[in-house]
Design a binder for this molecule. Sequence first.
Ligand SMILES: C[S@@+](CC[C@H](N)C(=O)[O-])C[C@H]1O[C@@H](n2cnc3c(N)ncnc32)[C@H](O)[C@@H]1O
Length: 431
Amino acid sequence: MQPGARLQAAIEVLAEILNRHRPAAQALSDWGRAHRFAGSGDRAAIGNIVFDALRKRNSLSFLMGAETPRALALGVLAHAWGEAAEVIDAMCAGGRAPEPLSEAERAGLIAALDPDAPDWVRGNYPEWMADEFRAAFGAEAVAQGAALAERAPVDVRVNTLKADRAKVMKALREYAPEETPFSPVGVRVPVRARHHKAPKIEADAAHGKGWFEVQDEGSQIAALLAGAGPRHQVADVCAGAGGKTLALAAQMENTGQIYAYDADKTRLRPIFERLKRAGARNVQVLPAGNESALEELRERMDIVFVDAPCSGSGAWRRRPDAKWRLSPQALEKRHAEQRAVLAQSAPLVKPGGWLVYVTCSVLPSENDAQAAWFLAEYSDFAPVPLAQVWRETLSASFPGSAATGNGDSLLLTPASHGTDGFFIAILQRSA
Ligand SMILES: C[S@@+](CC[C@H](N)C(=O)[O-])C[C@H]1O[C@@H](n2cnc3c(N)ncnc32)[C@H](O)[C@@H]1O
């Protein structure tokens, strides 16, 4: 396909997403099915325009003076990919390509973002979240939002049950991998720019052999800081597809026991295949949604890991459409779910044990506010300072939290740590 035809296709897919509220991945795959002549390079280029438009929707529509799919797609080429205005102009020749540019569009291609534009425009987050962003980050709100609007690298966690870092680095050498800065079991495949395809790491034979899992470094750090070790008894109560379960199983060197539970059996379903591939043998998957199975763990767990349902705001780099789908009502529902799962988990922790509360959100209402609520409700729990846990677990200096807080919790963010947004609080039951 010619660049102009790719641009037109991206505009059509964006219209499906923005006007008909279709999830981005689904709209793109439907487009692919209906246009079988398109090659993988075309699909990658179209997908990249679509995802970058969603990542930077507010700033691009401000620059282009319109929030139409066409304005956003043109804005991506000019402002995110640095394409010259004349090149874009030449792409818009009609036919399979977009119609010729208007004067207003030409002006938008060379516009500069007004430094006095609202924070939520410059930071590319929804306007209704501006207060939360300010509460979370103060004067850094724009920079933190902007970093969540960039592309993310592909991080993998080395499965130490089957491989080591050097072996995985070698297996992935065609992707120019690097060691992740914080996680000792992380390998990072750098971001590709503009129209270039993201590497399909999971298609690699080493993945089939269980040597690694795709997992953001923030997620790896959350599992590491939980402090699971040999012979521990661990409940992973929001196990989902098992990303954290697998990390915990490897840390425990296949000893002790992990009880993996989730309220939703569809989400839990992939865990069986993943456990097998990883060679994890210390995991018992509890029947989904059966709370009485959790009852049996009462006061027996060294660690209860709560990877709570959340807005997913920390993962906006990877799922930018989620940013615009989130509503205040949906966020309130997540708050209630978080309290429910914390209340369900507290009784499982043995005296002296840890409840590890994790979200992939950067919003204080899902993070520190929920930890504070828990501590007010459960007076036999106290926070364990994260700086201390970090030094003991990762044998490295503590990089500090991105949140303005009291140091009892840790917020990782793309702007501050180069990871997805992750929140971790460790709450210890009195002995
Ligand atoms: C962030 S996801 C878990 C991701 C998973 N731990 C991983 O690392 O791949 C949150 C999960 O919590 C589950 N969930 C929500 N409410 C729950 C509850 N009350 N009890 C158990 N699981 C719950 C959801 O079904 C969802 O799978």
